[in-house]
Design a binder for this molecule. Structure first.
Ligand code: GDP
Ligand code: ZN
Length: 310
């Protein structure tokens, strides 16, 4: 078929052998994919050409630009599968009830560090505690601020902290992750009041029987910035983490990397361990070293990585 000049586009969502892209004029166009770009996902920046014969889809995607970051998940057939691309930052949503778990926060931080995106720690449901309790928890969160993370309080219910959060999302492509019940749907509904989200619209025959999946989609936020979202993305956990990257995920450990007496130091009860010494000197929070070992144990066990329930 007759094709127009190559143009730039942004992938809004990908399904099967098609993708919806947005052109420079902000129009949404359904395109076919060349076989060479079959792995594109929401967030990818692509080169496409309009279909001038006006039959079938609007165009063909011919090339994909190099990604800054990619979120992947284990796939039964492909090993790993891309889910979203060019994510700048990841909102790690936690809530103080039923309980605030620093171990879970640490697990997310490790996984995000490996992806090359910026994590933002957000604690929701601040309305459920009094000021005294909030200050106590905030003192624990100070450690994360000191080592370089952004930390924010939020009450989706009372719309407190939402303006500041919207400010952080401006000019960036973000995703939102967190355990069940922390308030992810509530927050997305507040950020995207007009979007028809959570509509599972693609059925695929996996050989394990029919099951519905939901497609990741890029949304433009009214206050600026983009959010890529799908139920699958929200559940992003410690997918296929290699033991070697866990140390890197504890960013404040880096300066002690070569300081232990023994090169193969396990940072447990090894003599001359610099990390242990740093804990004793109050430079590293003891719970962080404990969580390092817990996460290492959980990925070293021979469970498939995607079965790890965090
Ligand atoms: P998700 O599983 O992470 O998507 O969580 P939901 O958005 O479904 O929220 C779980 C429950 O927490 C719901 O009953 C919400 O109404 C409630 N919730 C969400 N945000 C807040 C909040 O800021 N304060 C309070 N008190 N409850 C909230
Ligand atoms: Zn050590």
């Amino acid at each position: 078929s007759l094709l127009g000049e190559p143009q730039k586009g942004l992938v809004i969502s990908r399904f099967g052998q098609h993708a919806d892209i947005e052109n420079d004029q902000g129009e949404l166009l359904r395109c076919d994919l060349r076989r060479t770009v079959s792995s594109i996902v929401a967030g990818d920046r692509v080169i496409w050409r309009a279909n001038l014969t006006e039959s079938g889809n609007h165009g063909v995607i011919e090339a994909v630009e190099e990604r800054n970051s990619v979120l992947t998940r284990p796939d039964f057939y492909d090993g790993v599968k891309s889910v979203a691309a060019n994510i700048d930052q990841i909102i790690v949503l936690s809530s103080i009830l039923p309980e605030l778990s620093f171990q879970i926060i640490d697990r997310y931080l490790v996984a995000i560090e490996q992806m090359g995106a910026e994590p933002i720690i957000v604690i929701n449901k601040s309305d459920l505690i009094d000021e005294f309790e909030r200050l106590k928890i905030d003192g624990q969160l100070d450690y994360y601020r000191e080592i370089g993370y952004q930390v924010h309080w939020l009450s989706v219910k009372q719309k407190q902290g939402t303006t500041q959060l919207a400010e952080l999302l401006k000019g960036k492509t973000s995703i939102l992750v967190g355990q069940s019940g922390v308030g992810k749907s509530s927050l997305v509904n507040q950020l995207l009041p007009d979007a028809e989200i959570l509509i599972g619209d693609v059925s695929d025959v996996s050989g394990l029987g029919m099951h519905t999946t939901t497609v990741a989609r890029l949304y433009h936020l009214a206050s600026g910035g983009d959010l890529i979202d799908s139920p699958g993305i929200r559940e992003f956990a410690l997918w296929h983490l290699a033991p070697e990257v866990i140390f890197d995920g504890f960013i404040e450990f880096e300066q002690y990397r070569h300081e232990c007496k023994f090169r193969d130091c396990k940072h447990l009860n090894d003599p001359g361990c610099a990390l242990k010494a740093a804990v004793q000197a109050g430079k590293i929070k003891a719970e962080r070293l404990e969580n390092y070992h817990k996460i290492l144990e959980s990925v070293a066990s021979d469970k498939p990585a995607h079965k790890i329930d965090i």
